[in-house]
Write a protein that binds this ligand. Structure first.
Ligand SMILES: C[S@@+](CC[C@H](N)C(=O)[O-])C[C@H]1O[C@@H](n2cnc3c(N)ncnc32)[C@H](O)[C@@H]1O
Length: 414
């Protein structure tokens, strides 16, 4: 391990052989998920038993799950309604008996379908380009399932079912396997693609139930809240502990969703099927999604943005918009943090137009303006996090730029 200026590389943080799908972490896939072991290790180092954790970009709730097993209360924010649903399902202590009863009812209904020639008809939701993404057969099966899940009165159980349903929607659609963006599978594959919708759903449910059972054994008696508030727009979570948050563990997006990870696009089909409001605007309102009138000044990324501007003005403005949002979000959350609190931001120093953007230094500087000092930055390799190793900076096919193979865990304390 080489230590320079409190920034050091430590391969033990790569967690190469770790099982990242234990507990409720198995519930649903999502782009650029945090490795649970990172949150766990950070909680062991910086956690406060019975204290409060905040994750301003909680995604599917990896740090919330870990906080609830460590014994911290937690609040997570995300603008994506699908992941708020997933994060809620992953952290809700549902009674296994209640879940069992509802699951049995659902399985009985599915079993009954076998006695009909066709799947009993059910309302078809408003899904954008439905026929392009789903065969008629898949649509009728999904509509039936959706109708039955909608009828479940218990909200926690219904959410739990929606999560299994959401992955079923993706797997049974014509989207290409292993892609986070919405690409249709090649034409020759379409004709032979006949997924077993009910079978896929049942497998997901069985897997998720097993994860929940193990999670319930470890979950402490704490409270977890998931909020839609956008801290980059000065929105603050509805729940705030009276003495302030003790810890942030978060992984913000790497950049604007147009040229990095399109979280909204990934979630769109499932969100449409479930009927989640506001899902279609996720990528537009995501960090750096809108142009800004103001400019950044006196920041560690100024030089790099200036360099990008010399070759591509539009890209430079997009990059700048992202950092303006990041700074705004930090200004929103910093006053909510207690004295003695710790922030841990997992960030990547990505390249745009060949220019490296020092996001780690940006975080240190932005929190520095709110009385935080840099504690350490741990550099880790990204071996098992599914990230595009190359991105298309201009969204022009073939025009790619090296993204990153490493990420930085930036820790600051007040
Ligand atoms: C890297 S992902 C977080 C993944 C999460 N740690 C997990 O393990 O699932 C970044 C998240 O930030 C969310 N996001 C983007 N802009 C946001 C904003 N302005 N406020 C809150 N969340 C935002 C995206 O929807 C995405 O879920």
């Amino acid at each position: 391990m080489t230590i320079t200026n409190r920034k050091y590389k430590d391969e033990t943080w790569d967690f190469v052989k770790a099982d990242t799908k234990e507990y409720t972490h198995c519930l649903h896939n999502y782009p650029a998920m945090m490795i649970p072991q990172i949150a766990r290790e950070l909680l062991n180092r910086y956690g406060t038993p019975n204290g409060w954790l905040l994750d301003p970009y909680c995604g599917t709730g990896t740090s919330l799950v870990e906080a609830s097993m460590f014994g911290m209360n937690g609040v997570g924010c995300d603008i994506n309604p699908l992941v708020r649903l997933i994060a809620t399902a992953k952290t809700t202590p549902i009674s296994l008996q209640v879940l069992e009863r509802h699951s049995q009812d659902l399985m009985d209904a599915i079993f009954q379908v076998g006695f009909f020639e066709d799947v009993p008809s059910a309302p078809i939701p408003d899904v954008l380009n439905l026929e392009y993404w789903f065969s008629e057969d898949v649509t009728s099966h999904l509509s039936f399932l959706r109708d039955r899940i909608n009828a479940v009165q218990d909200e926690s159980v219904r959410n739990f079912f929606w999560v299994a349903f959401s992955e079923t929607v993706r797997e049974c659609s014509y989207t290409r396997n292993g892609e986070f963006k919405l690409y249709r599978m090649p034409a020759q594959k379409l004709a032979t693609f006949q997924p077993d919708v009910f079978g896929v759903f049942q497998d997901k449910l069985t897997r998720n139930r097993a994860g929940l059972e193990v999670y319930l054994r470890k979950r402490k008696d704490v409270e977890i809240f998931v909020s839609s508030r956008n801290t980059a727009n000065r929105g603050l979570p509805e729940t705030q502990p009276p003495n302030g948050f003790d810890l942030i563990i978060t992984s913000p997006p790497y950049g604007d969703s147009q040229t990095t990870v399109a979280y909204g696009q990934f979630s769109r089909l499932s969100a449409d099927w479930i009927g989640l409001e506001d899902s279609r605007k996720v990528d537009r309102i995501s960090m750096g999604g809108s142009q800004k009138k103001s400019r950044l000044s006196d920041s560690p990324v100024d030089l790099a943005i200036g360099e990008i501007r010399t070759v591509d003005k539009k890209r430079a403005s997009q990059v700048e918009a992202f950092y303006i949002d990041l700074e705004r979000s930090i200004s929103s959350v910093a006053p909510l943090l207690a004295k003695g609190s710790t922030i841990c931001y997992v960030v990547g120093n990505r390249r745009v137009k060949g220019v490296a953007l020092p996001t780690d230094a940006f975080i240190i500087s932005a929190f520095g303006k709110h009385g935080f000092s840099h504690t350490e930055t741990i550099v880790r390799n990204i071996p098992n996090k599914r990230m595009p190793k190359k991105n298309s900076p201009s969204n022009v096919a073939g025009e790619t730029d090296l993204t990153m193979h490493e990420e930085n865990i930036v820790v600051c304390q007040r």
